[in-house]
Design a protein around this ligand. Structure first.
Ligand code: G16
Length: 546
């Protein structure tokens, strides 16, 4: 095998964010940009010669070109074998599943998740370790350090692999096996959920609609929902992965999944499906809808936790639950009742890995439409959909009824997130500094009907390895348990995205079905005052409300 060692210059902007490196496609196409980052990964992880790597992506523009480059670099860096999804496709949870099942050394996943794709869109790359989960901060920091000092990368002289042909091919001395991207994952799902019960539900006339948003979950959803569970053809909409996601924005929320939302909020209630769901670019996020009804992701985690033993894979109960800090405390209430621990971690699925590996938690969830369990080490969109279908098949109630009964039993953590996207980075940083500058005076102060109990900049000490992650979001907690959190997103590629998370607890069944935005209005006003939001950003309203 002929290996080229190419002299290169380091880049100083390859710091991985919340979930890997995400940039505009144009940045990734800068000569040597992708190669440098991949070499930085290989130099940092020091895989023993002969290791196996898993490789795939969400099918977005530049996916296949990047895969060909990474294959040649893996060969030059001593890997014995790479398992790559057919057509370059592997959803994030499926990649995690394959890494674990094949005991591979790790994996590279190409995705910018829910960010738009296409030549003008975003691209991304992340490294997952042998447990199938996102690399922890100590590895991403090492990759970043390496990317800033790199002087050369290694690449094999070899022809492109045929990514459409299942089976083995060679790149230099390295074996490349093109695998069915769906099979292992579908088998895992079938082992966790009561497919017979879900089939009976669907066979009985229950109607569902799944929007794959022209992203990676199309083939997975068609195989599982239509072929294995018997949902009629056409249940999966936008099921063909496209490089530009059909010019859509594959973010499963009420704003961007508008086609599904229009179906689920149809004027004719009787013909509206009973259940709707969507997943994102790389298949790890989910949105759950009932007929004319939205399930907040924080509630979804709590409801799955409360009903977990309905699914065969979880009959033994849960070891514990973990949620990211900005996620509502609805899951904490369930954990309390079940007598199991609930952990609060920083935003980012990577923070759940140690807890799952140590057997301390079974379920994890985030307000950012992410839910998952220890079956893999990533959040998992279709898994959440199947969990809901399993619960619906067993309880035979509507989605709305399940949520209302949950609130009646546990109280409701009324919740919303307001995003202000593409703000100038300096303005966003100054706004955050301004909020923080008031922290010394806030405790004990009365703001409207609320009294401030505490405020801090969230810092997390990992209970397993003792690592500390600070600067994870500004929290203002009130005496009645309500909360405002300010945080800058770590996944955007344009300016800064400010996220304001709002949460109020309501134990009164008479009022707890109120519209979340109305119920949170007093907290929204406080958040605007504390941050001088309008004066500083000139924005009148959020870009996205979830
Ligand atoms: C990633 C992370 C999640 C995180 C989300 C939002 O999701 O894996 O853990 O909650 O980003 O992060 P931020 O608020 O920093 O934008 P994904 O689906 O984009 O990979």
């Amino acid at each position: 095998m002929k290996i080229q060692t190419v002299a290169t210059m380091p880049f100083d902007d390859q710091k991985p964010g919340t979930s890997g490196l995400r940039k505009k496609v144009a940045a990734f196409k800068t000569p040597a940009y992708l190669e440098n980052f991949v070499q930085a990964i290989f130099d940092s992880i020091t895989a023993p010669v002969g290791s196996v790597l898993v490789l795939g992506g969400d099918g977005r523009y530049y996916n296949c070109e990047a895969i060909q480059i990474i294959l040649r670099m893996a060969a030059a860096n001593g890997f014995a074998k790479v398992l790559v999804g057919q057509g370059g496709i592997l959803s994030t949870p499926a990649a995690s599943c394959v890494i674990r099942k094949t005991r591979s050394f790790g994996g590279i996943i190409l995705s910018a998740s829910h960010n738009p794709g296409g030549p003008e869109g975003d691209f991304g790359i992340k490294y997952n370790t042998g447990n199938g989960g996102p690399a922890p901060e100590k590895i991403t920091e090492a990759i970043y350090a390496c990317s800033r000092s790199l002087t050369q990368y290694r690449i094999a002289d070899a022809a492109d692999v045929n990514l459409d042909r299942i089976g083995c091919q060679m790149v230099g001395d390295m074996n490349v096996e093109v695998i069915d991207p769906v099979a292992d994952y579908a088998e895992l799902m079938e082992s966790l959920f009561d497919f017979a019960a879900i089939r009976a539900l669907i066979g009985g006339g229950f109607r569902l609609c799944f929007d794959a948003m022209h992203a990676v979950t199309g083939p997975y959803a068609i195989e599982i929902l239509e072929k294995r569970l018997g949902a009629p053809a056409g249940t999966v909409i936008n099921g063909v992965p496209l490089p530009d996601f059909g010019e859509g924005h594959p973010d499963p929320n009420l704003t961007y999944a508008h086609e599904l939302v229009a179906i689920m909020y149809g004027a004719d209630r009787a013909s509206t499906p009973d259940f709707g769901a969507a997943s994102d670019g790389d298949g790890d996020r989910n949105m759950i809808l009932g007929r004319h009804f939205f399930v907040n992701p924080s509630d979804s985690l709590a409801i799955i936790a409360a009903n977990a033993t309905q699914a065969p894979g979880y009959v033994a109960g849960l070891a514990g639950i973990a949620r990211s800090m900005p996620t509502s405390a609805a899951a904490d209430r369930v954990a309390d009742k079940l007598g199991i621990p609930c952990f609060e971690t920083p935003t980012g699925w990577k923070f759940f890995g140690n807890l799952m590996d140590a057997g301390k938690v079974t379920l994890c969830g985030e307000e950012s439409f992410g839910t998952g369990s220890s079956h893999v080490r990533e959040k998992d969109g279709l898994w959440a959909v199947l969990f809901w279908l399993n619960i619906l098949a067993k309880r035979r109630l509507s989605v709305e009824e399940i949520v209302h009964r949950h609130w009646a039993e546990y109280g409701r953590n009324v919740y919303s997130r307001h995003d202000y996207e593409a703000l100038p980075a300096d303005i966003a940083a100054e706004l955050m500094a301004h909020v923080k500058s008031q922290f010394a005076d806030l405790p004990g102060r009365r703001l409207g009907d609320y009294t401030v109990k505490f405020c801090d900049d969230f810092s997390y000490t990992d209970p397993i390895d003792g690592s500390v992650s600070s600067g994870q979001g500004l929290r203002i907690g009130f005496k009645d348990g309500s909360r405002i959190v300010f945080r800058l997103s770590g996944t955007g590629t344009e300016g800064a995205t400010l996220r304001i998370y709002l949460e109020a607890y309501s134990s009164d069944p008479a009022t707890q079905r109120a519209d979340a935005q109305q119920a949170l209005e007093p907290l929204i006003d406080i958040a605007h005052d504390l941050s001088q939001l309008k004066q500083r950003t000139g924005r009148e309203s959020p870009t996205v409300i979830t």
